[in-house]
Design a protein around this ligand. Sequence first.
Ligand code: FRU
Length: 469
Amino acid sequence: MFLSSATAVAWAAEDARGRSLVQNEQPSGYDEPLRPQFHFTAKKNWLNDPNGLVSYDGEYHLFLQHNPEKPDWGPMHWGHAVSTDLVHWKELPIALYPDELGTCWSGSGIVDRANTSGLKSGDEDPILLFYTAAAGEKPASQCLAYSNDRGRTFTKYSANPILPHIVATNRDPKVIWHEPTKRWVMALFKDGNTYALFSSTDLKSWTHLHDLEFPGCGECPDLFELPVDDNPKHRKWVFVGGDGSYLLGSFDGKEFNRESGPHRADYGTNYYATQTFSNIPERDGRRIQMAWMRGGTYPGMPFNQQMNFPTELSLRTFPAGIRLCRVPVREIASLYGKEQSWKNETVTPGTNLLEGLKGELYDIQAEFDLGDVEELRLELRGQAISYRPAGGKLTCVGQTCDLKPIDGRLKLRALVDRTSLEVYADDGRAVFSFCFLPAAGEPRYELSAHGGSVKVVSFRAVELKSSWR
Ligand code: FRU
């Protein structure tokens, strides 16, 4: 098993209460040429979906679909990492291993604060994981595992499965607490474009509520409520499908009623299997999402695949209706280094404002007054972004979305890592996620105006440090 190599140097970090946070290999390495520097990767081998995202006692737990044997998809285990800030992750030993019911496919995590499951055995609240046992001799079923030691060890529930096979490879249970009805609710992918909802009072026996059609979408459901425009009295429920696209509606604990959607969540090519954290403390109150940046390639690397950078979700009203917006979590500031910035600069054709940028990792935040420009072009580590205000088209790395200027302006934010680029336009109104292979030589950056000039209201390029050091 890769985490117990005899040459590994054991180390321990402590949390605020002096308890051991992590025991693991020394976090050295993580510096190969194609290794993302602030996006999560497994130290070795394959990962896909983020699973069991849960916050408990000051730690964020990220479990992951993981094949510990090879840098390819294969027999699924739940890998595990923890973080106190969503930025610096420490890989822990594997949390779930395959058993006679099957390998461990995707699912979710919750904290059973009121011990409704009766699985609590010590001073800590139990953390419960819901996963799909699949690719075994029996057809796919939903199972439970629990931890009474802050997620350091997990025990499989003795009467698994908690939800027997229904149809096809039914999978990916996402469990949430529904306060008004004081019930647990499970969203489950059945087959095709069909999902099902179940409810439970003890997390062990589940009653079918209803089935739900999600045109064009399958796998990895999520379900949560958010205020609209920060108004706590105006709230909507969001039902998310495997590619992050979502339905908006109402949910009374029994039935999800779609009011609009599906709406697209990402216009890039590498965003899949999203999930939001449960049990984020109320005083924080954020809805934080992670996703698998499906499809990147990392030739010659000991790892394969990366997660996105965690984002904070919100619902905001636009002329077309209410939409889900997404921006990087503020904790990214802990990686901030040297900054270069410009204010009120006019860029005319033939000049490149970013000629002097040479770094490889950036958080870029810009606002443009578009003036009479025909096309605004940005190149970030050789990845092309183009905006044409007249038609209202934003194109990133060959993918285009409609985005009309707001009051003649455009805001762009971009996270640039060694092998990924995330672009957030207009405070997360449109997001593009990409993986790329960097060209040889010095990273190239460009900001130029074509067919007119553009006013750079502000442009900040903040260099980022590696989160692995
Ligand atoms: C999504 C998915 C899930 C499944 C898991 C298996 O990427 O196909 O539906 O549970 O990956 O690794």
